[in-house]
Design a protein around this ligand. Structure first.
Ligand code: PEP
Ligand code: MG
Length: 536
């Protein structure tokens, strides 16, 4: 038995036969037939890839939703990138064949991307190489990925998003890749498709062969090849336990989230896209406590229009069918970047232009997001909250802006709904002045991920410091208690939408302090309701 480890991307247990995703040897790259002929072949190949990508984009949008289809849109953009086209044409004119020029130019550009500091751009190197492979294939020099024909655990050096999407979903049991990062598109896809997956796994491609038995424990980030009977049995037990725990939770479906003594809590779900709202309904969430609206902006080539945003919000509101939807205005910056907004590199982006600070530089984007939200608010109950608040003046300014936009929409005879006006408490500064802030807003929602990061001065992204990233630190608990106390004093409600909301070791404390809402991932809703219902 071989045991290996990696970084977990999506939890759960998968077992089955290994499918080694080894690319075929590259076809022979023929010598140039002359620049004119090679240029013609290059542009024909681009046409074929363009058509193929458009078909794949539509298929993805239909089967997996618009958010996933945006991954293909990034590749469509790469195909039309003028620098890449000029670079490739230049090499062809210097005497290289079309395939040679495509591969060389893509490799050099991908290397430049890989050297960038920003993780988002580094991850895009894979997209550039993916498009160049598709072009090489159209030119008869591809390194094809084999076809997946039976349910398998996929082991690969790396997987391009288009390759992952091309595999039939029902045949992918688990994914283990040597490369990748948790923000690579393949990782994002695995998470959205709920496939147990590990990236940066420690194995050599020569170690594994097709048809070998494999078990992936996505939760712990461990995989086993040729598991011995005991490991296999333990994993089966674990899977059965996960399944029966899940079934037992079904008794809490449709039940109010209320303690035995009658204290009621709103149990909401966190989502990133309109598609996730379906998962929230299936999970029996009583509303959406955090819609991370920046995911509508990330992984695409241009800023979404007001209409696109309006449709996305209306879709979520429609799916939630009368249950409240709290939209967090875009929290772009730091680890969440959109290429078309890229500004000067920042020394310390987590302390730079992110959350509401970003709107100072991108006023138009903020304006169209608020217009879309206020219009959508006319179709159902909505709350809006703003990320990264540190002072009262910011809140007053945001409220004035919302009032102005509301009036303008009315003057244009467009529907303009009312909404609850809230803020995220995720900086120690905001937490410490909650008494004053509570006079300005309808609710607080605590972002414990950032509140922990900024209180303990530990980068939430730094894997090596994760052992010290302790949201149970007494400083955090004091701030959490203070926030709820000040909310109650001023007669507004407070909730928690950071990961800590799902920490059942603290549920009783949260209720005692006076939190009235907890918003967690859809998968945690019933688990948390069970805990609430069994409290006094
Ligand atoms: C948080 O900081 O806890 C939060 C909910 O926001 P995000 O994780 O998106 O920064
Ligand atoms: Mg945050």
């Amino acid at each position: 038995m071989i045991t290996g480890k990696g970084q977990t991307v999506c939890g759960g247990i998968a077992s089955g036969k290994v499918f080694v995703c080894r690319r075929a040897e590259r076809g022979i790259i023929a010598a140039s037939q002359g620049a004119d002929e090679e240029l013609k072949r290059y542009h024909n190949a681009r046409g074929q890839v363009r058509d193929r990508l458009e078909i794949l984009r539509r298929k993805t949008a239909e089967e997996a939703g618009e958010a996933q289809a945006q991954i293909i849109e990034v590749q469509q953009l790469m195909l039309e990138d003028q620098d890449l086209i000029d670079g490739t044409e230049g090499r062809i004119r210097e005497g290289r064949s079309a395939a040679e020029a495509v591969l060389q130019c893509a490799q050099e550009t991908a290397d430049e991307f890989r050297a960038m500091e920003d993780e988002y751009f580094r991850a895009r190197a894979a997209d550039i190489l993916d498009v160049s492979e598709q072009l090489a294939e159209a030119l008869g020099a591809g390194q094809k990925v084999p076809e997946l024909t039976h349910p398998s655990v996929i082991f690969a050096e790396d997987l391009a998003p288009s390759e992952t999407l091309a595999f039939p979903r029902n045949l992918i049991l688990g994914i283990v890749i040597r490369g990748g990062s948790s923000t690579s598109h393949t990782a994002i896809l695995a998470r959205m498709l709920n496939i147990p997956a590990i990236v940066q796994a420690d194995f050599e491609m020569q170690q594994i062969r097709d048809g070998q038995e494999a078990v992936v424990d996505g939760t712990k980030g461990i995989f086993y090849l040729d598991p011995d009977a005991e490991t296999f049995y333990q994993m089966e037990e674990l899977r059965n336990k996960e399944q029966s725990d899940q079934e037992a939770l079904e008794t809490y479906r449709g039940v109010p989230s209320r303690t035995r003594a009658g204290r009621k809590i709103s149990l909401y779900a966190n989502i990133g896209s309109a598609e996730d709202a379906q998962a929230a309904v299936m999970a029996d969430a009583e509303g959406i406590g955090l819609m991370r609206s920046e995911f509508l902006y990330i992984g695409r080539s241009s800023c979404p229009s007001e209409e696109e945003l309006y449709e996305a919000y209306c879709k979520v509101i429609g799916i939630m069918g009368g249950r409240k939807v709290i939209i967090r205005t875009m929290d772009i910056g730091s680890d969440k970047q959109a290429s078309y907004f890229a500004g000067d590199p920042e020394e310390n982006p987590a302390l730079g232009y992110r959350g509401i600070r970003f709107y100072q530089k991108h006023a138009q984007a903020f304006e169209s997001q608020m217009r879309a939200i206020i219009r959508a608010a006319a179709t159902g109950p909505v709350g809006v909250m703003f990320p990264m608040i540190t002072q009262e003046s910011e809140v007053r300014h945001l409220r004035q802006e919302c009032e102005r936009i509301h009036k303008e929409l009315q003057a244009e005879n467009l529907p303009a709904g009312s909404f609850e006006f809230g803020i995220m408490i995720e900086t120690p500064a905001a937490a410490l002045i909650t008494e004053q802030l509570a006079k300005e807003v309808d609710f607080f929602s605590v972002g414990t991920n950032d509140l922990t990061q900024y209180t303990l001065a530990i980068d939430r992204q730094n894997a090596e410091l994760s052992g010290q990233f302790d949201p149970h630190h007494p400083a955090l608990l004091q701030l959490l208690s203070l926030i709820a106390q000040n909310a109650r004093k001023e007669g507004i409600w407070a909730g928690i939408c950071g990961e800590l909301a799902a920490d059942t070791a603290l549920t009783e404390k949260f209720l005692d302090w006076g939190y009235e809402e907890l918003s967690v991932s859809p998968a945690s809703v019933l688990k948390l309701r069970k805990v609430i219902c069994n409290l006094d």
